[in-house]
Write a protein that binds this ligand. Structure first.
Ligand code: SAM
Length: 208
C-alpha cells in the first residue's frame, strides 16, 4: 500500500538538477501550458485500466493534460519528475497524488510494481544510454499484463527542443522494440496525437 505521507515532496537542499533544462523554464511552462494535446491518446490507453489500479507517470511535469481524467477514472497515480518547481506545482494541483522530485535514471519507484507506466515527453530528452536504462527499469517495474505508453518519434532523429533548446534524440521504433522485447514487452499499438507526437504502446506478456 502506498501512503502519500511516506513520500517527501521536495528534494533536500542539495537538489541536483537532472531535468534536462526543464527546471530553468518551469515557471514559464506552468504559466503557458493550457493545451490538451495528447489527452485523448492517454485516455484511450487508460481504457484497459481499472479503477484502483496504479500508474507511474515518469516525467509527470505538473500534471499532464491527461492527469485529471485518470484520477476521475479512479486510477491511482504516482508521479516522478526531476524539476522541483514542477513537482511542487503538481502537488498543489493534485494533493492526493504521490509525487516525488527525482530523476528517472535513479528513481527508487522502479523498485515497486505498477499496472501501467506512462511517460509523455521524456524519453527523448535522455542520452542514448539513459533511454535504454530507463526503458529497462520501466519494463522491470511493470506487472505481467501491464501496459507501457511513452512518446518519442518513430524514426531515428535528433532535434533541438523548442522549449529548452537542449538536444533531443529518438532511438527509433526498431531500437525501442528491440530493447523492450528483451524484457518481455511487445508493441501492441502506436498513435500520433494532434500535435504530431508519436506514442508507443507496449504490453508485458505473461511469463510462460
Ligand atoms: C515535455 S515535459 C512533459 C511533462 C508531462 N509529462 C506532460 O505531458 O505535460 C518533460 C518533463 O520531463 C521532466 N524530466 C526531464 N528530464 C528528466 C529526468 N531525467 N527524470 C525525470 N524527469 C525528467 C521535465 O522536468 C518535464 O517535466
Amino acid at each position: 500500500m502506498l501512503v502519500n505521507k511516506e513520500i517527501e515532496v521536495l528534494p533536500s537542499s542539495d537538489y541536483e538538477d537532472f531535468s534536462n533544462g526543464w527546471e530553468a523554464i518551469a515557471s514559464k511552462f506552468i504559466s503557458i501550458a493550457t493545451w490538451e494535446i495528447g489527452a485523448a491518446t492517454v485516455q484511450d490507453w487508460s481504457k484497459s485500466l481499472q479503477p484502483g489500479q496504479i500508474v507511474l507517470d515518469v516525467g509527470c511535469g505538473f500534471g499532464g493534460p491527461y492527469t485529471k481524467a485518470l484520477i476521475n477514472k479512479g486510477i491511482k497515480i504516482c508521479g516522478i519528475d526531476a524539476s522541483k518547481t514542477l513537482i511542487q506545482e503538481y502537488q498543489n494541483r493534485f494533493p492526493d497524488v504521490i509525487v516525488k522530485c527525482e530523476a528517472a535514471e535513479h528513481s527508487p519507484f522502479f523498485g515497486r510494481e505498477f499496472d501501467g507506466i506512462l511517460s509523455v515527453g521524456l524519453i527523448f530528452l535522455l542520452s542514448h544510454d539513459d533511454q535504454i536504462l530507463v526503458l529497462q527499469k520501466m519494463a522491470n517495474a511493470l506487472k505481467e499484463g501491464g501496459k507501457l505508453l511513452f512518446s518519442s518519434p518513430y524514426q531515428i532523429c535528433d532535434w533541438d527542443d523548442l522549449s529548452t533548446g537542449r538536444k533531443s534524440i529518438s532511438l527509433g521504433k526498431e531500437m525501442y522494440v528491440s530493447v523492450l522485447q528483451k524484457h518481455g514487452l511487445i508493441l501492441i499499438d502506436e498513435d500520433t496525437d494532434e500535435g504530431e507526437n508519436h506514442y508507443f504502446n507496449f504490453q508485458k506478456m505473461d511469463a510462460l
